[in-house]
Design a protein around this ligand. Sequence first.
Ligand code: CNA
Length: 250
Amino acid sequence: MEGLETLKKWIDESNNIVFFGGAGVSTESGIPDFRSVDGLYHQKYDYPPETILSHTFFMRKTSEFYKFYADKLLLEGAKPNAAHLKLAEWEEKGKLKAVITQNIDGLHQMAGSKEVLELHGSVQRNYCMKCHKFFDFSDVKSKVEEAKALDPKSPDYMVPKCECGGTIKPDVVLYEEGLDNTVLTKSVNYIANADILIIGGTSLVVYPAAGLIDYYRGKKLVLVNLSATPQDRRADLVIHGKIGEVFSQL
Ligand code: CNA
């Protein structure tokens, strides 16, 4: 594969790699992305994912939100793939400083990565909007299942509820919501000081996350993506392929 040898050499020589990824990192683990041909945008829903996953939609049509969320993002049994595992291995060897991700699936941590900056939060953390009690992934999963017993026309159908009666909200940054400043600042620092920045599995169209690339000052900007991105021309190395397959050869 073109570029693979160069990437191997750069990685061998570096101990300051930073990775910035998106939904494409997890498609080989069975979690669909938003924009690929078989991604969520190409499936049939009453509303596009960006509408359903917005703050306004969550507040106004909570039941509709959870129908989509449970079906597409609250996925049980997904396992890290070769890309997640390789990144964890590089960190363990002292070669990689951080994984910055737009993903909310927690697969990097499951693979063993320690320094994971989740720009868009995580399905693993959930809070009651009334009393702020914490709920993990499986709590929410079972509460959504319980709420399936309600009338599908009820506003609480499939909505996970706290014992206090409040609605549980995932700690996920919905469209219209702001990113966590600490996470953002740390990400900028890692990227600004990185020797190699590898960007993988992201269409680079969701801002402000996609703008993070502008902070990179080095000369080893690598893009590993299935399809072309608006930033391909800026990169020092572009590899078009499946990230799990590519990383398993590194
Ligand atoms: P996106 O816009 O769906 O783009 C995904 C990109 O990955 C596309 O350019 C694809 O060509 C590419 N791609 C798909 N499969 C592979 C693969 N195996 N190897 C390499 N490239 C691949 O996703 P972004 O992350 O850019 O968009 C940002 C949104 C999507 C974020 O807010 C995420 O939270 C959100 N999202 C996250 C998940 C998850 O957590 N797994 C799933 C779906 C959407």
